[in-house]
Design a protein around this ligand. Sequence first.
Ligand code: ZN
Length: 274
Amino acid sequence: MKHNRQSKYYKTEGIVLKGMPLGDRDRLISLYTQDYGRVRLVARGIRKISSKLSGHLDTFNRVVVSISSRSSIDSISGGEVVETFKELKTDLKITARAFYIVELIDDFVADGSVNEELYSLLLTTLRELDLLARSISVGSQRVTMEEDVELLMRFFELNLLIDSGYAPELSMCVVCNQPLSTEGNGYSVEMGGLVGQTCYLQTKAVQPISVAAIKCLRFLSGAKIRVAQKLRINPVLMSEIQMILQKFTMNINERKISARQLIDSINTISEGKQ
Ligand SMILES: [Zn+2]
């Protein structure tokens, strides 16, 4: 049952995206929840050795927390860990990827905006990373390890765009809305997807994209994670789709930042008039 966030206490499940020191004893936690989207919460006294919450609210942990909303900012009154993703924290390269994922989520989502698909994508990706880290630590012969991790990253980036409502257009030309050419297509980050050969030659700021990269992106956009992981991509193709997906995600973030700056400056102006 969902709890009413207006009530003084509520309980919810979430994944810790970030924790920042607040004063000498407290920590400000950015928690991504299934029921309320991202919430920012104060964990009071968490930096004292005696704190019961200490260690519970580490980044990546999936937790159930009790929240008190009596003051202007909600605070955590109690909590327990449900899942720690212990393995992914043991491998530095995998930990770095996990940080990248939670940071992207933190950048993409707005406070209080509920998105169950995105929550599920985050949880699944962390679980898969944890499994991949486990396969390193038991020393099983997985020569494709690095490739598996990179493929998971691409799956995450593309589905982050899709689940957030910024799916790149992969089937039609974004300029003329006609089917794409067999070869010689391009893409435009600003226009949000692929550009057919004819329009490519006539439009500014369109970058080339290979036939294989288009097929790969289409496959990753419709696949379940386990099916997606069966895909084998050579390093050149991997770099190509990595670059493309990073451009798309960065573009969305820049737009968000400029939108935020606009809102801030409007607020400043209207405050000045009062
Ligand atoms: Zn076109």
